[in-house]
Design a protein around this ligand. Structure first.
Ligand code: TYM
Length: 372
């Protein structure tokens, strides 16, 4: 049966059934036994875990087994610099920061300026490379540890990355990349090669250290196809398969699916002004409220489809506050406009702080970037 949704690294659309994705991709649920195991090491659980925003994984039990034996893992995540950062991108990064804090892990952060040049007709290599450094400010603003975090552009760190990417690509056939990514005969040849670059940071620290180090990759589920390839090939090169932990998408304001940088009105960017945040949410946030105030008071709203409420499940950390909002909205006591105002104020405060840190990041950018 054809699915009603599509999730690939380059296209996300439709009404996503996350349980079905777990089956389709062959990943595993994060169950309560695994949550207790994580909690043993971290003391508490991030609300992204308790609310199942991070909902799926590959080999997380193995990562914890190794950790318990004293074999620490490193973290690896990334960004394809095709434009400004939006608040959906921050979701895996905030969680990665939490993991870094709790497990004292080193982090490799890849900026795939090569990818965005190859996949976006309208962008030049100079533009994606310069966007990489703009995006790096957002990454640093998330609060990663200086000295434990290495950020690099594929283009500017190519001397180190390229020989390893060649080793990956030699084990990768055209027929595999066609079937995994859906490339056709009219795709450019760089696209077929690119996934080799995205595999490299998953074993680079092992290659440098001359011994295998476990790798954990936090990301939204759209990137999984790349790491299916990595998991197939890395053991053939003598390295561990990377483990991964996957999140859902912060939906777009209007239509659900995922927030996408190419849909400007329904995305909130990290650089948006308080006025822009207010305007976009008031105008575009899909409401689960009834059609009139009378109807709403009588029947209440539907938080499950209300985008403002859905966004608060990502950005309101306080469980008690979130529950109160949920109950008041569902009962009809709280109106859609009031719910939107709660979200607007939450995001305005969040972004004010983020923008302050983003500006300070300019001064320390060089301490995070590696190049060769
Ligand atoms: P990119 O730039 O599309 O996305 C960066 C990260 O954000 C996740 N993401 C989202 N998460 C929650 N809600 C959303 N609406 C949303 N949109 C995007 C992505 O899954 C990703 O984790 N090829 C990659 C860059 C990359 C990478 C990596 C990503 C290189 N190495 C390792 C993750 C892990 C890309 O274009 O990501």
């Amino acid at each position: 049966m054809a699915e009603k949704f599509t999730v690939t690294p380059w296209e996300v659309k439709g009404d996503i059934d996350y349980d079905r994705l777990i089956e389709q991709f062959g990943t595993e649920h994060i169950d309560s036994a695994l949550l207790s195991r994580i909690k043993k090491h971290t003391g508490g659980l991030h609300h992204f875990l308790t609310r199942k925003i991070f909902f799926s994984h590959r080999d997380l039990n193995w990562i914890l087994d190794e950790y318990q034996k004293g074999n620490k893992f490193f973290l690896y995540t990334g960004r394809g610099p095709s434009g400004n950062t939006h608040i959906g991108h921050l979701v895996p990064w905030m969680f990665t920061r939490w993991l870094q804090d709790k497990f004292g892990a080193d982090l490799y952060f890849q900026l795939t300026d090569d990818e965005k040049f190859l996949f976006k007709n309208e962008l030049t290599l100079e533009e994606t490379n310069s966007l990489a450094y703009e995006n790096a400010l957002d990454i640093i603003a998330v609060g990663f540890k200086m000295g434990k975090t290495k950020i690099f552009s594929d283009i500017d760190y190519a001397k180190t990355l390229y020989p390893h990417a060649l080793r990956v690509s030699k084990k990768l056939t055209l027929s595999t990349v066609k079937s995994v990514f859906g490339f056709t005969d009219s795709s450019n040849v760089g696209e077929a090669f690119f996934t080799s670059m995205q595999s490299v940071p998953a074993f680079l620290p092992s290659a440098i250290a001359g011994k295998n180090i476990p790798c954990l990759i936090p990301h939204a589920i759209d990137q999984d196809a790349h790491f299916r390839v990595s998991r197939d090939i890395l053991p053939k090169l003598g390295y561990y398969k990377p483990a991964a932990i996957h999140c859902r998408f912060l939906p777009a304001l209007g239509s659900g699916g995922k927030m996408s940088a190419s849909e400007k009105e329904t995305a909130i960017y990290t650089t948006d002004s308080p006025e822009a945040v207010e305007k976009k949410i008031k105008k575009y946030a899909f409401s689960g409220g009834a059609t009139s105030i009378e109807e709403h008071r009588k029947h209440g709203g539907n938080p499950d489809i209300d985008i403002s409420y859905q966004w608060l499940t990502f950005f309101e950390e306080d469980d008690a506050k979130l529950k109160q909002i949920h109950d008041e909205y569902k009962s009809g006591k709280m109106l859609s406009g009031e719910l939107k105002m709660i979200l607007i104020e939450k995001l305005q405060t969040f972004l004010k702080e983020h923008q302050r840190k983003r500006e300070s990041a300019r001064k320390v950018l060089d301490k995070f970037i590696i190049r060769d």
